[in-house]
Design a protein around this ligand. Structure first.
Ligand SMILES: *Cc1c(COP(=O)(O)O)cnc(C)c1O
Length: 437
């Protein structure tokens, strides 16, 4: 039997991968244990590619959960902050105060607080207001959001008792009223936005306005995080595709006692869950022990503050999500044409093409809006992911589509470089210019 190579020697031969030595040692051990010495470079590349890295989102999905949902653009202070210190008194303060107050102003609520995500906001609200009591939910709204988040299961975890109302396709105010009258201890009505599916045909549901006439608090999980249906932070009118999306401000105006929403969907911020509405209820949530377990960190709060200030200042263009929404087709087409022109001498087979973008993030399942991008024959998605700055596109009917609506214009250079590089590779390789069809 040949002597295995020294782990240390092998690890040192991988130095150029720019990974910490202990990780290189793990890679070397794995190559030896699995008898993959020939492939040790491949193992190191795999390991490196498993790390977090910026990517270019050319999928046309604005809020792509696999790509971190809303894109962020922030400078965060890296040193200490007054996270839980009142600069006025020098005493301990609340980490919820600063951003909570801004968020409350932004959505017209008495108070607001922030937790880890909207799933956490639902769990905390149910636990704090509904533990050991009944919570009425329409049978048409017992949703699964994705990632195993199912309303009946979350209800169970919170210690609240699910009180089912109405039927899958139709729930009426009388159904809720019966629940209020018949249940010995109903804590609230929970209205859950059907974010990622629709019920069509013979249907009926009850508005927040009508639910607010009941004798128990109405809590609305709107999920998507649209702040204000009027979108005053945009130059023009609100996009038509947002017409049916519930907004935090209007839901509160219609009489919801609390709204719950995500920070990283249509709010365009970092991963967070926001609870906004009546002060006494928000404070009740804040006092529950789960609030401590679900509390956000300094980084998240700083970013959320930046985004909330942009909303209050009506600076929609400072929020990357709304910049992407506001891009015109003409502008996107001009960028696509320019990219094609720059690639003319490269032998890259690329065409400018109309496309359809979608909101994503489990919101607005049937909405698409016109966009523009690039079309490349064949499926080159793997090659596009392989470079140091991975580009994530989509493959449709044997073509690779790069939708420019979700691509920052500053990344157009990357797109040109990567496509030119792939064309060069295929010129030199066995996949000639026509072989890629
Ligand atoms: C997305 C969504 C959630 C979960 O939000 P996260 O921030 O991802 O935890 C909860 N409820 C509704 C209605 C949603 O759309």
């Amino acid at each position: 039997m040949a002597r295995p190579p020294s782990v240390d020697q092998l690890a040192r031969s991988l130095d150029h991968h720019d990974l910490p030595h202990p990780i290189l040692v793990e890679i070397a051990r794995k190559a030896i244990a699995e008898d993959r010495l020939d492939d040790v470079e491949g193992i190191a590349r795999e390991r490196k590619r498993a790390m977090l890295t910026p990517v270019v989102n050319a999928t046309g999905v604005l809020l792509h959960t696999n790509l971190g949902r809303a894109p962020l653009e922030v400078d965060v202070a890296s040193g200490y902050s007054n996270l839980e210190l009142s600069l006025d008194t020098g005493q301990r303060g609340s980490r919820q105060r600063a951003v909570g107050d801004l968020l409350a102003s932004a959505c017209g609520a008495e108070a607001a607080m922030v937790v880890n995500n909207c799933a956490g906001a639902v769990l905390l609200t149910l636990a704090a207001l509904g533990h050991g009591r009944g919570v009425a939910v329409s049978r048409g709204e017992m949703v699964e959001i994705g990632g195993g988040f199912r309303i009946p299961d979350v209800m169970n975890q919170s210690g609240a008792r699910l009180v089912e109302v109405g039927t899958t396709n139709r729930s009426r105010l009388a159904d809720y009223r019966r629940a209020v009258d018949q249940d010995e201890d109903l804590a609230m009505v929970l209205k859950v936005h059907r974010s990622n599916y629709q019920i069509v045909g013979f249907t009926e549901e009850v508005s927040v306005q009508a639910l607010a006439s009941l004798d128990v608090p109405t809590v609305a999980d709107i999920g998507s995080g649209l702040l204000d249906a009027a979108c005053p932070w945009l130059d023009g009118p609100p996009p038509k595709w947002l017409a049916d999306e519930p907004a935090a401000k209007q839901t509160l105006q219609q009489g919801a006692d609390l709204v719950l929403f995500s920070g990283d969907k249509l709010f365009g911020g970092p991963q967070a869950g926001i609870i906004a509405g009546r002060r006494d209820l928000v404070e009740q949530c804040g006092r529950h022990p789960l609030a401590r377990a679900l509390r956000p960190g300094d980084l998240v709060l700083q970013v959320l503050q930046t985004v909330t200030l942009a909303y209050l200042d009506r600076r929609g263009t400072d929020i990357p999500l709304w910049r992407m929404v506001a891009r015109t087709e003409a502008d996107l087409q001009a960028r696509a044409d320019a990219i094609c022109e720059r690639l003319q001498d490269s032998n890259a087979e690329v065409r400018s093409t109309p496309t359809e973008a979608v909101p994503g993030g489990g919101t607005l399942p049937t909405v698409t809006f016109p966009s523009h991008g690039l079309e490349i024959p064949g499926d080159i998605s793997e090659q596009l992911r392989a470079g140091p700055r991975p580009i994530i596109g989509r493959v449709e009917q044997g073509r690779t589509i790069l939708d420019l609506r979700t691509v920052d214009p500053e990344d157009d250079d990357t797109v040109v470089d990567v496509l030119a590089g792939l064309a060069r590779d295929s010129d030199h390789g066995d996949r000639g210019r026509n072989g890629s069809r």
